[in-house]
Write a protein that binds this ligand. Structure first.
Ligand code: NAG
Ligand code: NAG
Ligand code: NAG
Ligand code: NAG
Ligand code: NAG
Length: 457
């Protein structure tokens, strides 16, 4: 796959480079179920009643025949006790924690103290120990994961982690990804934590408008605010969501200050900044804390960023765009039948986000080729001190919803991203990157400024 960009202002210059990557061939092995392990030779056969065996084990648990241990599951908050007739052999076989508890017990009853949410799914958990199978809902994932961790049932724990990573986009009334992120932080599950963070970063607009935004912790808020790869409509949208978060959570002054200082005010047009400065209650209250940042933002808007860069250090996050979806920054591009032939599109963006540059337009040509193209590069004659980083956002359908599946960054220095759509497998009709046969891209053009002075340390 290749993607190329060409800028047409002020003179047509090739920025472009095309990078391609060959889709790896996947070989599906079918009929792997048939194993020839000697038994099938010379008239041998497998007589297989494993399903019936599982049913008998399930019935054993349900009816409690031959039970040699009673589990009494209690919660601190209620008198209700759940009683399960179990079998020491099965529990010990599946969990080393049960094994120790059973060896050290001196009665036929084991009293287990659990949180209310874990007590609710305890039956399901024990049934898994007998049958090796479990049906999970979104709201049951963390309590089951807690039980699996606590009783050291590793296969179940890993299965639940994977389930969570694969169901970030599922629809739930109050949202679940923020809760899963906090849980992953508590338990040190780095893979789950990173998946949640990426989902939240790339689908931030949807999250900001959802009920779960208010439940974001101080730590997660700061982690998100510091990222440059957030995909959202505009910096103003982020500021307004931050105001709502502050209103709902009423954090201490230091937290508010830190959060407000992570907003990239220079990316908000000056007309909107004036309005915020006069009308936002949070900004009125904390004006002193962000005064210097607002001052720098107005300086940025009043001149060309390149002039600014001669005198000030512009290589800081205040002047670094995120992946904004609003029209000044780029354009959506839906490509029907992407494997058919080469396609091109053209669109305009602002020359830059400063008040000085935003009325000026740059026209871009983007080329998409499904064939593998060799890399060819020409150094671009460009404005000293600015480079245009392009991000290509690829949406896909997951659990029926449109989500950002990937963000590819193309840097001007190389115009290259070797893995562009490498795993998309667009030839396959069922590729999750295709929505009704089309590839849904959104191209964002981000001017990045370089300081022209060497700042004194
Ligand atoms: C026995 O049958 C079950 C269910 O049909 C199947 O999943 C399992 O792989 C079979 N086992 C063998 C050894 O063929
Ligand atoms: C449990 O016992 C009952 C009667 O004592 C019997 O009907 C039933 O088949 C038994 N269940 C199993 C799984 O052995
Ligand atoms: C075992 O029995 C002793 C004395 O009967 C009792 O003090 C102790 O708490 C019991 N231990 C457990 C684990 O139930
Ligand atoms: C993910 O983001 C895309 C665009 O940013 C949005 O259309 C979609 O609704 C979001 N999906 C979810 C599940 O939030
Ligand atoms: C900008 O700052 C970052 C870290 O603060 C540094 O890694 C990078 O090299 C700087 N870039 C330029 C062009 O000065």
């Amino acid at each position: 796959m290749a993607c190329a960009f060409q800028r047409r202002l002020p003179a047509p210059v090739y920025l472009g480079l095309l990078l391609g990557a060959v889709c790896p061939q996947t070989v599906e092995v079918e009929g792997a179920a048939l194993k020839s392990e000697g038994a099938l030779e010379s008239g041998g056969a497998v007589i297989n009643h494993s399903v019936a065996l599982l049913q008998r084990l399930e019935a054993l648990l349900a009816q409690g025949n031959g039970s040699d241990v009673v589990l009494r599951v209690q919660t601190a908050s209620s008198d209700e006790v759940k009683v399960i007739q179990a079998h020491a052999l099965v529990l010990s076989l599946q969990s080393e924690v049960f094994d120790e508890l059973l060896q050290s017990r001196n009665a036929s009853t084991l009293v287990l103290k659990e949180s209310p949410e874990c007590a609710t799914v305890f039956d399901k958990f024990i049934r898994y120990l007998y049958c090796g199978e479990i049906a999970v809902r979104l709201d049951q994932a963390t309590p089951l994961h807690k039980l699996a961790s606590r009783y050291r049932v590793w296969a179940l724990q890993q299965g639940l982690s994977l389930y969570m990573r694969q169901h970030l986009a599922s629809d739930s009334p109050g949202g679940h990804v923020v809760g899963w992120y906090h849980y992953a932080m508590q338990t040190g599950d780095a893979a789950l934590r990173d998946s949640c963070l990426q989902y939240l970063s790339w689908n931030l607009s949807a999250v900001l408008q959802s009920a779960e935004w208010g439940s974001v912790s101080d730590g997660l808020l700061m982690t998100l605010l510091q990222r440059s790869d957030l995909v959202l409509h505009s910096e103003l949208e982020l500021f307004e969501a931050l105001e709502a978060w502050i209103g709902q959570n009423q954090p201490d002054g230091l937290t508010v200050e830190n959060a407000l200082r992570a907003v990239r005010y220079a990316m908000i047009p000056p007309q909107q900044l004036f309005r915020l400065q006069k009308q936002s209650p949070v900004l009125l209250k904390y004006h002193e804390s962000v005064r210097d940042l607002l001052y720098m933002a107005y300086q940025f808007h009043s001149a060309s960023p390149l002039q600014l860069a001669k005198y000030f250090d512009v290589n800081c996050s205040l002047f670094t765009p995120r992946n904004y979806l609003s029209p000044a920054w780029g354009s959506p591009w839906v490509i029907n039948n992407p494997t058919r032939d080469d396609r091109s599109t053209s669109f305009q963006t602002q020359l830059g986000p400063s008040g000085h540059d935003s009325p000026k337009r740059v026209t871009w040509n983007a080329l998409f080729s499904p064939r593998w193209l060799p890399l060819s590069m020409r150094s671009a004659a460009d404005f000293a001190g600015v480079s245009f980083q392009k991000a290509v956002i690829v949406a896909a359908r997951q659990q029926g919803r449109l989500v950002v599946r990937h963000v590819y960054n193309f840097h001007q220095s190389t115009e290259e991203t070797g893995d562009f759509l490498a795993e998309a497998d667009l030839q396959r009709r069922g590729s999750e990157y295709l929505i009704d046969g089309s590839l849904h891209l959104h191209i964002v053009v981000k001017p990045l400024y370089h300081s022209l002075i060497v700042s004194k340390k």
